[in-house]
Design a protein around this ligand. Structure first.
Ligand SMILES: Cc1cc2nc3c(=O)[nH]c(=O)nc-3n(C[C@H](O)[C@H](O)[C@H](O)COP(=O)(O)O)c2cc1C
Length: 204
């Protein structure tokens, strides 16, 4: 079948896109609320978009009432945030953190999640996350007809849990995906677990 997006409403387009562009990585973003505690929320319109400078991009929609989501409001006030790469075992906590709480109420506190200092930076990282990217806001751009905002973050530092790394025979640092078990997003309320690792050499 062919699906002509021009014949669909915006929610239908969303459901179609999220069920066809998959799996998607999830940015589990910690930012600082006005009152000094921490906001946490997942975003799967997310990816790496540049290496020089090292940039990630997250696309943030509006709340149902048209106001900014807390993550966006927070980073526009205090331009730092931490992107965690969640592991499969984090799904319940990640899902809970997507609830809309009143502004200033902390999903970190609500989820009983522990944080740990990200050395050299003001914001902490989630202790349970095996990868955390410390980012500063690089650019914010409004797009589309539906008040969508692209947030570009410049990665300043990357934390990787030591147990998920090794130095290979050539002396190179390797980060081991089978120790990380990254969680990914499918359509609707579906997620996928980490599967088999396949290898393929790039053609010459
Ligand atoms: C796995 C997952 C992925 C999500 N991806 C996005 C996304 O890419 N963009 C978005 O605006 N909302 C996304 N959401 C919804 C937000 O997480 C939700 O609106 C959240 O309440 C925003 O929190 P905040 O207001 O604290 O920033 C996603 C939710 C889940 C569970």
């Amino acid at each position: 079948m062919f699906i002509n997006l021009e014949e669909l409403s915006t929610p239908q387009v969303y459901f179609t896109m999220t069920q066809t562009i998959l799996p998607r990585p999830i940015a589990w973003i910690l930012s600082e609320n006005k009152n000094g505690d921490y906001n946490l929320a997942p975003f799967s319109y997310f990816n790496a978009v540049s290496s020089d400078p090292p940039l990630v991009m997250v696309s943030i929609g509006r709340q149902d009432d048209g106001t900014k989501k807390d993550t966006l409001a927070n980073v526009m006030e205090r331009p730092e945030f931490v992107v965690h790469i969640a592991s499969c075992e984090h799904l319940p906590a990640l899902n809970l953190s997507s609830a809309t709480l009143p502004p200033g109420e902390s999903e970190v506190t609500r989820g009983n999640l522990e944080t740990e200092a990200f050395e050299g930076y003001a914001l902490p990282r989630l202790k349970a996350a095996k990868i955390a990217l410390m980012c500063t806001v690089y650019a914010v751009q409004e797009i589309g007809n539906d008040s969508q905002t692209l947030l570009f973050g410049r990665i300043r530092n990357i934390y990787v849990q030591d147990a998920c790394t090794r130095v290979n025979a050539k002396g190179r640092l390797e980060i081991l995906p089978d120790k990380i078990h990254p969680l990914s997003r499918l359509g609707a309320n579906q997620y996928s677990t980490f599967g088999e690792v396949l290898f393929a050499k790039r053609p010459a």
